[in-house]
Design a protein around this ligand. Structure first.
Ligand SMILES: NC(=O)C1=CN([C@@H]2O[C@H](COP(=O)(O)OP(=O)(O)OC[C@H]3O[C@@H](n4cnc5c(N)ncnc54)[C@H](OP(=O)(O)O)[C@@H]3O)[C@@H](O)[C@H]2O)C=CC1
Ligand SMILES: Nc1c(N[C@@H]2O[C@H](COP(=O)(O)O)[C@@H](O)[C@H]2O)[nH]c(=O)[nH]c1=O
Length: 595
């Protein structure tokens, strides 16, 4: 068997090559500009739409003039697409609609797609596909089924200007994208500090560092968050209200994180007449105070391990998409160390307060050299009244493009699915849900020893067989010993250790053709394993339609790597095997029905 895989380089595939490069550039620049406009429109209702995503739509005529625009105001109101169609009226026919994101068509509601179809739109350009697996691709398929040309940025063509436009679409729905890709809500750490880096005076007094204009911006930030969180000490020092007092939009839930529960009986946060407060604390802390809070209508949630990650995973499960951290430096440091903070928003006021004991925005992170400092990405600077607003990301917004494997390569392996619409199943450790796909799973196989086709032997795992094959057929007694040692290894880990270290220490013992045959060796072993164990074969078949990725952060050949930079050959071989099983079962079904 020979498998030829195209080495993956970039998921972006240029299909739309216009004859004239200049035309191409203008075309892309227009698409990028209108997609950005759609993203700006979507942004207008940020916070109000939640938990619905933010949608914007721009309709342009064939001469490139804007004929109509719209954005989704709030969950349950008219979709952006329908509003833009209404505004564009008769100009819709044959025109182009720009959407920052593929519509979700929640619970069978096809209003957005129907509006575009019925209006006679000729082309739709989509910034990003819907981030949620079960919705991704369905609106695009539906539009195409009505003969509408649909282009998705980054899939059909590529350029820097389009990439930037796509990024603006990722940013506008960052909380939803995080929800789709991680187990914690999108978190923003916000603080106001003096020019000498203090968030309060040595006394703890902090009202106010930033200007009124800046604080109004904070109300907006709160208005687009599902919750605002502070630590116990901020409650004791500031007695905050944490409401969005700009008169419109929604007010986030207030969360207090306290280990001691040593909090005052009188506090603004215990007034839940306008908005609720949740106190998260260590299990068993001050039971009498818990009762007192409950009598005020404040919810108390106890944690066995009170730390930012556990708390964020809990709120993720409760459906919170975005959290604004307005705590002091102690809790901020703990949250950053737990990698739950994605973005930082800092208001820097042109004031100096001094004081060696005055608190700073981030407490101890355990770093000792400047080279360890966390560098923000996509940094923005804006003057707000007298203050400077600096913001940037500690972690990038996850990208939705499937990076493993590329569209071409996936299609070669299994033509039955579109990688842009498929979900990804990760496997790695044997105890994972799909851990039996790992080479290390404890499933022995009977395979020949080298070239001797009738010399079948039992190998304790695929890994044993694979590692031993590095040295098979080499005319050196040491190579033979090596094969035996690996075959007798007590665990797949041990087999891998022996195989890898011998390969490093004695490269002369490795067969000359190893790089050429290693994929075939692995494939034969996998085929044997999945044919031997029917329940494994059923599990493999149950993943039809999904991309399989070995989530090894270290092995960039067999695994997918930490950031999807790996070639994922193990995942590819499993998909290849799955496709073979699937095509065999459809042929036999056909034969049965003919018989
Ligand atoms: N300028 C600005 O933007 C802001 C200024 N401030 C100022 O900062 C000062 C307070 O700073 P700071 O003491 O750092 O306040 P924090 O808001 O960081 O509160 C710290 C408290 O958080 C609680 N906590 C619960 N779990 C954890 C955890 N895993 N790690 C760390 N803390 C945890 C503890 O409460 P407990 O002790 O109850 O167990 C801890 O004492 C005040 O003077 C306030 O005015 C505060 C916020 C913003
Ligand atoms: N001092 C300070 C901030 N402090 C933050 O605001 C909280 C008070 O919110 P509220 O009670 O709703 O007005 C306070 O507890 C702390 O989290 N914020 C700022 O934008 N600028 C400032 O100068």
């Amino acid at each position: 068997m020979s498998l030829s895989f195209r080495v993956w380089s970039s998921p972006l595939i240029c299909k739309a090559t216009l004859a004239n490069g200049e035309n191409n550039r203008t075309h892309h620049a227009n698409d990028a500009a209108f997609i950005r406009r759609a993203a700006d429109l979507a942004e207008m209702s940020a916070g109000i739409t939640s938990p619905h995503p933010n949608f914007g739509c721009v309709i342009t005529t064939c001469t490139g003039k804007v004929a109509g625009e719209g954005y989704l105001y709030a969950q349950g109101t008219k979709p952006a697409e329908a509003l833009a169609v209404e505004a564009a009226g008769e100009f819709c026919r044959g025109s182009t609609a720009y959407l920052n994101m593929e519509p979700g068509d929640c619970h069978g509601d096809h209003t957005a797609v129907s509006a575009l179809v019925q209006a006679g739109i000729g082309r739709v350009v989509v910034g990003i596909r819907h981030p949620l697996d079960h919705l991704r691709g369905s609106a695009i398929r539906e539009l195409r089924s009505h003969g509408i040309e649909v282009n998705v940025l980054g899939e059909d063509f590529q350029s820097k200007v389009l990439e930037d436009a796509r990024k603006s679409c990722l940013l506008v729905n960052a909380p939803l994208i995080h929800r789709a890709c991680s187990r914690v809500p999108f978190s923003v750490l916000k603080y106001a500090m003096t020019l000498d880096g203090k968030i309060a005076a040595s006394s703890g007094h902090a009202a106010w560092i930033s200007s009124k204009l800046s604080r109004t911006r904070v109300f907006e930030l709160r208005g687009r968050s599902d919750a605002v969180i502070v630590g116990g000490n901020t409650v004791r020092q500031d007695d905050p209200r944490l409401t969005a007092r700009h008169g419109q939009g929604h007010t986030p839930t207030r969360i207090v994180m306290t280990q001691s529960l040593d909090l005052p009986e009188k506090a603004n946060l215990w007034d839940v007449s306008e908005v609720s407060t949740i106190v998260v604390t260590q299990r068993g802390a001050r039971k009498s105070f818990q009762k007192f809070l409950a009598s005020k209508g404040v919810e108390v949630v106890e944690f066995d391990m009170l730390n930012p990650r556990e708390v964020m995973e809990y709120f993720h499960l409760r459906g919170y998409l975005s959290i604004l951290w307005e705590c002091g430096g102690t809790l901020a440091a703990s949250a950053i160390s737990s990698s739950v903070i994605h973005k930082v928003v800092a208001f820097v006021a042109p004031k100096i307060i001094g004081g060696t004991k005055a608190p700073s925005p981030v407490g101890d992170l355990g770093m000792v050299e400047m080279t360890q400092a966390l560098n923000l990405i996509d940094v923005c600077y804006e003057q707000v009244g007298p203050d400077m607003l600096v913001s940037g990301f500690l972690q990038p917004v996850p990208d939705l493009l499937p990076v493993i494997p590329s569209e071409d390569a996936t299609f070669e392996i299994d033509p039955s699915f579109n990688p842009f619409e498929a979900s990804i199943i990760f496997f790695y450790k044997t105890w994972d849900l799909y851990g039996s796909f790992s080479n290390f799973s404890p499933h022995s196989i009977r395979m020949p020893y080298g070239e001797e086709k009738d010399d079948y032997m039992t190998w304790s795992s695929v890994e044993h067989y694979y590692q031993a094959n590095k040295f098979v057929g080499v005319k050196d007694p040491m190579a033979h010993d090596c094969v035996e040692k690996i075959r007798m290894a007590r665990s797949p880990e041990e087999a891998a250790r022996i195989g890898r270290s011998m390969q490093r220490q004695k490269p002369e013992l490795v067969r000359n053709d190893w790089e050429d045959v290693k994929i075939d060796v692995m494939y034969m072993a996998l085929k044997c394993k999945f044919s031997t164990y029917p329940h494994l074969k059923s599990q493999l078949l149950s993943t039809a339609g999904s991309v399989l990725v070995e989530a090894s952060p270290h092995d960039l050949f067999w695994g997918g790597g930490r950031e999807g930079e790996g070639l994922n050959y193990l995942g590819r071989l499993l998909m290849q095997l799955r496709a073979e099983y699937l095509s065999k079962s459809s042929v036999s079904a056909e034969n049965t029905s003919l018989a």
